[in-house]
Design a protein around this ligand. Structure first.
Ligand SMILES: [Zn+2]
Length: 248
């Protein structure tokens, strides 16, 4: 939710930075040369070095497609980039792999159908920005759970109004007469926050898009950061009130 990569990737980054420190040591230093000798032994025959830092770091470099680092170092011209360049190259590779894993994980699980629209990349989650350090902390947990709920596409009948709907959350928030009073109250408040054209744009959207926008999806109308946060600080409590009023 705070937009960080997984913890193992941070540990891997630290280990790769330790490797940079070792390779940057003065060429005459015995400990550096022992390390290089063991590294070459491992590359030539993995059975010579079976545990410790060298197999671990080689596995990590392979994982992030960074084995060229070692190849460049062992080449006749022996190239070790500066710490800044090294770190930025490594970070880019880690972010690329983490993003691939994120995409895969959220595309294979149907629980993430909503989530992929609402939170399309690894960044600080809008719910966290809106609710953190405010009185909306409990609201944050409710909205977070709504983001990762499975989406249904079967026709169901509303137990409150008798109408047929496909997605219960969309019906509760934007369609059901049992929450219409809350909806008009929310619209009144939103009128003070949004520009008339943005409010008009929101009202012209279908129920699904309106629901996603109220949950924090980065879709039209696109608002500036401050207005978006103020808008969602109105929308989130409205959603929670709708859920309370509607027996799901
Ligand atoms: Zn209904």
């Amino acid at each position: 939710m705070v937009g960080l990569n997984r913890l193992p990737s941070h540990i891997d980054l630290r280990k790769i930075m330790v490797l940079h420190k070792i390779l940057s040591l003065p060429a005459e230093l015995v400990s550096r040369n022992i390390f290089i000798r063991k590294l070459v032994l491992y590359i030539n025959d993995m059975t010579h070095v079976t545990s410790g830092f060298i197999p671990d770091i080689c596995h990590i470099l392979l994982k992030y497609n960074l084995h060229s680092i070692i190849n460049n170092f062992l080449a006749p011209e022996c190239y070790v980039p500066s710490k800044y360049v090294w770190k930025s190259v490594v970070k880019r590779s880690i972010i690329s792999r983490e993003t691939q894993l994120w995409d895969y994980r959220t595309s294979v699980d149907t629980d993430f159908v909503f989530f992929r629209i609402l939170h399309p990349c690894i960044t600080t989650c809008i719910i966290y920005k809106v609710c953190n350090r405010t009185s909306l902390r409990n609201t944050m947990f409710v909205i977070s759970r709504l983001w990762s709920r499975p989406v249904t596409h079967e026709n169901r009948t509303c137990i409150n109004c008798g109408k047929i709907y496909q997605e219960e959350l969309v019906h509760v928030i934007c369609e059901c007469p049992s929450t219409s009073e809350l909806r008009s109250q929310c619209l009144d408040t939103i009128s003070d926050i949004l520009l008339p054209e943005h409010k008009q744009s929101l009202l012209l959207q279908d129920s699904v898009s309106q629901t996603l926008k109220l949950l924090g999806a980065p879709i039209k109308p696109i608002l500036d950061c401050e207005t978006e946060v103020t808008f969602l600080r109105t929308a989130f409590p409205f959603i929670v009130q709708c859920l309370r009023q509607y027996v799901m």
